[in-house]
Design a protein around this ligand. Structure first.
Ligand code: FES
Length: 121
C-alpha cells in the first residue's frame, strides 16, 4: 500500500494511503485528502502541479515511468535532464521532479513536496 506524505512550508504534513493497484494520480489522492496542490489542466500540459518527490532511504522504488507529455513538460520547465529520463526508464532511478496530475504512486513510500515548487503559468 503506497504511503504518501504531502509536505509544504505552510502546512503540517498530511499522510495518505493509496490502495495497492490503484491508478489514481498524486493529484487525485491529494484532492481526496484535502491537500491543495496547485493545478489547472490536469492533462500534463500547464506545469502548475509541479512537485518534488522524495523517497525515504532504503524504501523500494517502483513504477518510475513518465508519460511522454510529462517528459515534455518537465523538459520545458528545465526540471529534468535527458540523463534523468534515461535513468528512470532503464534503471528505475526516480527523477526529483514530477507532475502531480501524471504521477501514480505504486508500491512505495513517497514524500511529495508541493507549493515550494509551484511555477508561474
Ligand atoms: S495540472 Fe497542468 S500539468 Fe498538472
Amino acid at each position: 500500500m503506497p504511503i504518501i506524505t504531502f509536505r509544504s512550508s505552510s502546512t503540517k504534513d498530511k499522510r495518505a494511503y493509496a490502495t495497492a493497484g490503484d491508478t489514481s494520480t498524486i493529484l487525485t489522492v491529494a484532492k481526496a485528502n484535502g491537500v491543495q496542490i496547485p493545478f489547472e489542466c490536469e492533462e500534463g500540459e500547464c506545469g502548475s502541479c509541479l512537485i518534488r518527490v522524495e523517497y525515504p532511504e532504503g524504501k523500494p522504488r517502483m513504477a518510475i515511468a513518465l508519460t511522454e507529455r510529462e517528459k515534455a513538460k518537465l523538459r520545458e520547465l528545465e526540471k529534468i535532464t535527458e540523463e534523468q529520463i534515461r535513468d528512470a526508464e532503464v534503471n528505475d532511478i526516480a527523477p526529483p521532479y514530477r507532475l502531480a496530475c501524471q504521477f501514480i504512486a505504486r508500491e512505495e513510500e513517497v514524500i511529495i513536496h508541493y507549493e515550494v515548487c509551484a511555477v508561474e503559468v
